[in-house]
Design a protein around this ligand. Structure first.
Ligand code: NAG
Ligand code: NAG
Ligand code: NAG
Length: 338
């Protein structure tokens, strides 16, 4: 295992960085090259690099997706190998088969030194479900007749979550662009709200609430799942969610507790791309500030925007709380000091 050395220095941030637009260069012969210069701003200690939205989750064909995931992981490991003190990796995983996904996660954590996985919401699957070019977001085929969408709240994924808890690593659930069969009827009337303003949170929060209500965290009490963009809005709405779900409890819902409570034990949120200070403070009252990680959402959001927000907090926040947000929780959750 690659040992991860953390450069410890006060006032330095750690954040999670998804890399859709890290300009992966696909030559068509399987090799993926990072074109971007590996520069890292001076105030940042460590970045966790991953393949975001939809990456492997946009590849319907299982064998193609599994090959691509291994390829992406190997390329990422090679790219960060000479600087593991400052870069960490999150695995990309094909989620068609939970056992295979578990094995690839294990390989990346044990052999490549990765810190966990980043999965872009549901896995599209099925022979008639075309592929999205995972790196350009362009739809390359349009034959979406029998969309099969795989959600990881089903019992067949228990083998995957078991591996995640055995390896003791977090899984970051990141949004994805919907397949056209969903996107067109839901957003065709108002295409402006496709993507981050509405579609992403609406879709991913559904998946996260599926994990809760189907009892995944009851079966895996040690599981840690990270949700960005201030928890895809869920902690803003606890009162109504808990109030309504209480009525489902007697109707066979597997979830054993109030949904809000899993945010104190299993779910963590990041502030990625949602630098709303009032809302951050409100969420801190709902889930505890010790459940909120700093993250920027680069390259979708600029580093400068993240840094400016963080600097603004210096006036209002106690130093140790700010340090916990900037790095303390990340060190703990990612086991950077292990
Ligand atoms: C790691 O390799 C890249 C690409 O060869 C290079 O640009 C970078 O300076 C290297 N970093 C270190 C810390 O050696
Ligand atoms: C998933 O993969 C495993 C290991 O290769 C295999 O034993 C199992 O049959 C597969 N499951 C399905 C549903 O295809
Ligand atoms: C769950 O939420 C309901 C409705 O908000 C509340 O009445 C109840 O006390 C909560 N139960 C627990 C165990 O927290």
């Amino acid at each position: 295992m690659i040992s991860f050395r953390l450069v410890v220095c006060l006032g330095i941030s750690i954040f999670l960085q998804p890399v859709l637009a890290r300009k992966w260069h696909d030559t068509g012969s399987g090799t993926i090259i990072f074109e971007e210069a590996w520069t890292i701003p001076a105030l940042i200690d460590t970045m966790v690099i991953s393949c975001a939205s939809p990456c492997i989750q946009g590849i319907s064909d299982q064998a193609t997706a599994e090959d691509m995931a291994r390829n992406v992981n190997d390329q990422l490991a090679a790219a960060i190998a000479n600087n593991t003190a400052r870069f960490g990796g999150f695995a990309a995983l094909a989620m068609h088969n939970a056992t295979t996904a578990a094995q690839e996660l294990k390989r990346t954590v044990v052999k490549l030194g990765f810190l966990g996985a980043l999965i872009n919401d549901y896995q599209q699957s099925g022979p008639d479900n075309g592929n999205i070019d995972p790196f350009s977001l362009k739809f390359v085929t349009y034959c979406y007749n029998k969309a099969t969408l795989l959600f990881y709240d089903q019992p067949e994924y228990d083998v995957f979550w078991k591996m995640v808890t055995e390896l003791d690593v977090p899984v970051y659930l990141h949004p994805r662009t919907n397949i056209p069969e969903i996107q067109t009827p839901l957003y065709g009337h108002a295409p402006w709200i496709k993507g981050p303003s509405q579609e992403f949170s609406a879709t991913l929060s559904t998946h996260v609430m599926g994990l809760c209500t189907n009892g995944v965290f009851d079966r895996f009490p040690k599981l840690s799942v990270i949700v960005g963009h201030l928890g895809e809005r869920i902690p803003s709405d606890f009162w109504r969610i808990d109030d309504q779900l209480t009525r489902q409890m007697s109707l066979g819902m597997p979830m054993l507790r109030n949904l809000s409570s899993y945010w104190k034990t299993n779910l963590l949120e990041t502030v990625s791309g949602n630098f709303a200070t009032d809302l951050f403070n409100f969420h801190a009252t709902q889930i505890g500030q010790n459940r909120i990680l700093y993250s920027v959402d680069y390259p979708f959001v600029s580093m400068e925007q993240g840094e400016t927000w963080l600097k603004g907090l210096e006036k209002s926040m106690k130093k140790e709380k700010l340090l916990a947000l900037k790095r303390g929780l990340a060190v703990e959750v990612l086991h950077l000091d292990r």
